[in-house]
Design a protein around this ligand. Sequence first.
Ligand SMILES: [Zn+2]
Length: 237
Amino acid sequence: MKQRLGGLLGGAAVLSLMAGLVLPSPAAAVMVQGYEIDDPTSPTVVVNKHRPLNPVTHVPERLTRIKTEQLHSDAAQAYQRMVKAAKAERVNIVAVSGYRSYDHQASLYDSYVQQYGQETADTIAARPGHSEHQTGLAMDVGNTSGVCALQDCFEGTPVGAWVAEHAWEYGFIIRYPKDEQDVTGYKYEPWHLRYVGPQLAEDMRFAAEESARTGTQPDIDTMEEFFELGPAADYLY
Ligand SMILES: [Zn+2]
């Protein structure tokens, strides 16, 4: 098989392909897909329960204010274009929660632990240094009415339905899709938009459609699956 692939793809591609198959390490995945997934300043960085920000106290270099919230400047620009496009279709996207610092995330996480205990807290909020919100690339969105805020039924609201269909056109993905908790570590969050840039958003959209069309198992609709990183359901410690 190696020889046949070698003929088709050339030596270097085989090496990265074989490495990707045998050891789905981040480095191999980066080579295979051509995206930077380790650097917290990269819009395509993958942050999850196995992949804390490095350094854990990372602060985005440029933040742009959006109403009461802040986003990484590149994400903010795309976000504002998306809001404008939605508004033209009479859908009003509200910014609920954007950038959160390490300290902010720490106090949020601690408050959930106090309220619900650690096990439940870990399914609702990330531990500090493990939150996409700390990258400045994630925004939780809502409707002006506040209906179904941060609940499953958000998907059926005007904003929920609009972002599910159009967010990718602006470089955002629904980072925690339905029924993927064993992969992402989080329940369905139809409100949590993650900026990954237009290229990756399009590539992921295509991969998701292809996997749905061909019935590929598991399907490919998370960053973990797209980059073949393996599931990150729980913390390693
Ligand atoms: Zn969120």
